[in-house]
Design a protein. Structure first.
Lengths: 415, 375
């Protein structure tokens, strides 16, 4: 048992480190380091533009989408090399946020189902950050129940005509292409009538409206489709096989979101070590110590769980199911930590100004943002179902809509 | 990175699991639970024959000379099987203290007998209510003669020798505490078994009356040695806890698959599925913390104190969580003597206290993290 690289891994790490040291946009290092939670903003620059420049540089030197084949803009690297790269990329990895959905979800789906011509046309530009992709799955009527989606695509000649609405689309407003799942046959049970496409986000009839979130920010969008024309050549997989295609995408979603998880613990520990009240330092208080200790072992537990997964990759094996716990643990931790940090501040904890002396408002922002961590990329409840069913082997839910034609499924609860 | 046990170590784990499945059935554990014997003598002999008692003891002292990673995988299986033997007191406490601080002669005298199963040892630290603290040690040591009462002492009523924390000076500093080895057959020690939460691991009161004992380690070094022994034992007990947590989770899962209510297996209800998923989360976090503890223990790393406290807290929480919710999944049947659920519940809660309680280790962890952050 050890934490050492193999000689090959060490050589790869040294190469990556040297290249990053020579090429990273160091002027943003400080700002990126301190922005540990949620989405990042830079004070004097557009994060998407800075990200694009960094991604392009990486692509030219062969460091972008490392694990992809060379023909499609990657470098044919092994999974462990990708992990090492991520470790070395460190805070600059935050700049890749606009490309993560493309790299982790859209790209792999195009790679699995696209034509050779499409793969050569779209993937290298996705890898280099020149073109950004978004994922259009969730709908007002289909969140956790993705297969309940209602956006229609109807065949007309060699084209499909799309009408409907998507929601929670990260980055739609700066994306060039989108991966879109639609309903092509409402007369069959819900999983059977779906078909996957990709489309140009500048297509006529696509309207993007930002969503104002509960935390006051605007990071997600609603996307409306009104008679949008998509050529049949942009279909991914067979007509009616969209559900299977989407599984390729979603399988990658939980992996990629789990890669860089914030728990709030380091910030909380530092806060408690410095917060002085009339009774002394917060960290000397029995109740606070007990909470800190419980969070500490969750944070270290997640860290060493990921080390176990990395070790499996290093041996050339697939990581076990234990990695599925990450977001489930981290989401609730963020929320609990934020609430307790504010509790320690007393009445002043309600103040959200960025100039508040104790925390620059970081826990207040964490409190307001943390609910989304327990919903996006699989709700806590869906994740528990996944653990119960796929890891522990418990039966799936009874699905009353499974064998019913989609257009006969009830659409309203009460009334 | 190779943050995992080796194939040989995993093979040893399988071997231990197979051995315990055969020799340490629920029936065997219940024989001790019901008071038919203070511990399972046949199992103890078997463990010695398998080489498990001396797995981390150097060959020159009669052990297998393997190491602490090997001991960790065996500990996990001992916890999973609820082995009703004085393994933790003899191997994690007494043997570790001897290996850390014993003289050549002391090691020669006791370690081979531990490995062969001839000697049961333990550590006598507590004197009534409270957590490990030099201030709580009142038992008097003057001129190598011990007078006072220790309670509770794990496996104290069946121990052949006891490592005793005693007060040898009165300056108010940690260096007032020294360690001694008392041979319980040599007179001056009176043992009385105490009833306790988990009868499959005995507890006792030991009364020392003019008991002649030889020092273990240098005078005044007692507390420093105990702190190290507790850290090492914390990692090893944490592996027992993780083994127990995993078994309790499996029992709950199996029952949820078999038990039908409202026309369905109860494991198809989300309320039950989510409870089991949360148990899996706890057990997984604990296992990962334990692996880090195992690494620190086996390499004697400077990170050991922090790693040990993390493993201890995480594994204590996981075993308690899994044991109590295993009963909940079983419903009324889980509250019968006949089902094994209560045995895991008892063990989980007894192990949570033995080396000092959760709140004690939480304090330790925070102190140790602060120290590291300050450094």
């Amino acid at each position: 048992m050890n934490f050492d690289d193999t000689p090959e891994e060490a050589a790869f790490r040294a190469k990556a480190r040297a290249w990053i040291d020579a090429n990273a946009p160091k002027q943003f290092e400080q700002e990126l380091s301190s922005a540990s939670l949620g989405r990042i903003r830079l004070k004097n620059a557009d994060i998407v533009e800075v990200g694009k420049a960094w991604q392009k540089k990486k692509a030219e030197a062969g460091w972008a989408c490392l694990q992809w084949p060379k023909d499609y803009g990657g470098h044919g690297a092994s999974p462990i090399e990708r992990v090492i790269w991520q470790q070395e990329e460190g805070v600059y990895g935050k700049l890749t946020q606009p490309f993560q959905i493309g790299e982790g979800m859209c790209g792999p789906t195009v790679m699995a189902y696209g034509s050779e011509q499409d793969k050569r046309r779209y993937l290298p530009k996705l890898a280099s950050g020149e073109e950004i992709w978004c994922q259009l799955f969730s709908e007002p009527a289909g969140g956790s129940d993705v297969a309940g989606l209602r956006t229609r695509a109807e065949k007309r000649g060699d084209d499909w005509i799309v009408n409907g609405q998507k929601i929670w689309t990260s980055g739609a407003h700066y994306s060039d292409y989108g991966l879109l799942i639609t309903r092509t046959d409402p007369n069959v049970p819900k999983h059977k009538g779906l078909t996957m496409f990709f489309l140009d986000m500048k297509s006529k009839g696509v309207e993007i409206r930002p969503i104002r979130q509960a935390n006051g920010m605007q990071e997600f969008n609603e996307v409306y489709f009104t008679d949008v024309v998509i050529p049949d050549s942009q279909r991914l997989g067979a007509v009616g096989d969209g559900w299977n295609v989407s599984l390729t995408t979603l399988m990658n979603e939980r992996m990629s979101i789990g890669a860089r998880l914030a728990t709030g613990f380091p910030e909380m520990f530092a806060f408690c070590a410095n917060l002085m009240s009339e009774n002394g330092l917060a960290i000397d208080d029995r109740a606070t110590r007990s909470k800190l200790a419980s969070w500490a072992v969750k944070a270290s537990g997640l860290k060493y769980t990921s080390y176990r997964a990395i070790s499996a990759l290093s041996r050339g094996e697939r990581p076990g199911p234990e990695n599925s716990i990450g977001k489930l643990v981290a989401g609730t931790m963020l929320q609990d930590i934020a609430a307790y940090a504010m509790d320690l501040q007393g009445a002043a904890g309600a103040l959200t100004g960025a100039d508040e002396e104790t925390t620059q408002g970081q826990f207040q922002q964490m409190l307001l943002t943390s609910p989304s961590m327990r919903i996006a990329g699989g709700t806590d409840e869906i994740l528990r179902n996944i653990i119960a069913e796929r890891v522990l082997g418990l039966p799936g839910d009874i699905r009353v809509d499974k064998d019913v034609p989609f257009n006969k499924v009830p659409t309203k609860g009460r009334g | 990175m190779n943050f995992d046990f080796s194939d040989d170590q995993k093979q040893l784990r399988d071997q231990a699991r197979k051995f315990l499945a055969e020799k340490c059935s629920s029936k065997a554990v219940r024989a001790v639970l019901d008071g038919q014997s203070p511990y399972d003598r046949e199992l103890w002999r078997g463990l010695a024959e398998m080489g498990f008692l001396g797995v981390a003891i150097p060959e020159e002292f009669g052990g297998a000379g393997a190491g602490h990673l090997e001991l960790c995988v065996i500990a996990e299986e001992m916890g999973r099987a609820l082995a009703p033997v004085p393994f933790s007191s003899t191997v994690y406490l007494a043997a570790e203290a001897l290996m850390l601080a014993g003289s050549e002669a002391q090691k020669r005298k006791w370690l081979p007998r531990i490995a062969s199963g001839e000697a049961i040892g333990t550590l006598a630290l507590f004197e009534g209510t409270g957590n490990p603290s030099p201030k709580a040690v009142k038992l008097d040591a003057s001129n190598g003669v011990l007078n006072g009462v220790k309670k509770p002492v794990a496996d104290g009523a069946i121990a052949d020798f006891v490592i005793v924390a005693a007060r040898s000076a009165a300056t108010g500093r940690d260096s007032d505490i020294s360690l001694f080895i008392a041979d319980t057959k040599a007179g001056g020690v009176d043992a009385k078994a105490l009833t306790n939460l988990d009868p499959t691991r005995g507890q006792a009161e030991l009364v020392f009356a003019n008991c002649k004992a030889e020092p273990l380690g240098a005078p005044g070094e007692g507390w420093a040695i105990i702190a190290q022994v507790l850290d090492r034992a914390a990692v090893l007990v944490a592996f027992e806890q993780v083994g127990g947590a995993d078994r309790a989770l499996e029992m709950g899962r199996d029952y949820a698959l078999d038990r039908i209510a409202f026309g369905r297996p109860i494991g198809s209800f989300q309320a039950v599925k989510h409870m089991l998923a949360d148990m899996y989360v706890s057990a997984t976090l604990a296992r990962s913390n334990c692996y880090y503890g195992a690494w620190a223990l086996s390499t004697n790393a400077p990170e050991l104190p922090e790693a040990a406290a993390s493993a201890r807290i995480s594994a204590t929480q996981a075993f308690q969580h899994c044991a109590k919710n295993n009963i909940q999944v079983h419903g009324g049947m889980g509250f019968t003597w006949e089902f094994d659920c209560h045995m895991y519940y008892r063990r989980a809660n007894a192990l949570a206290l033995g080396l000092g309680s959760l709140s004690y280790w939480e304090d330790q962890l925070i102190d140790r993290m602060r120290k590291r952050n300050a450094a």
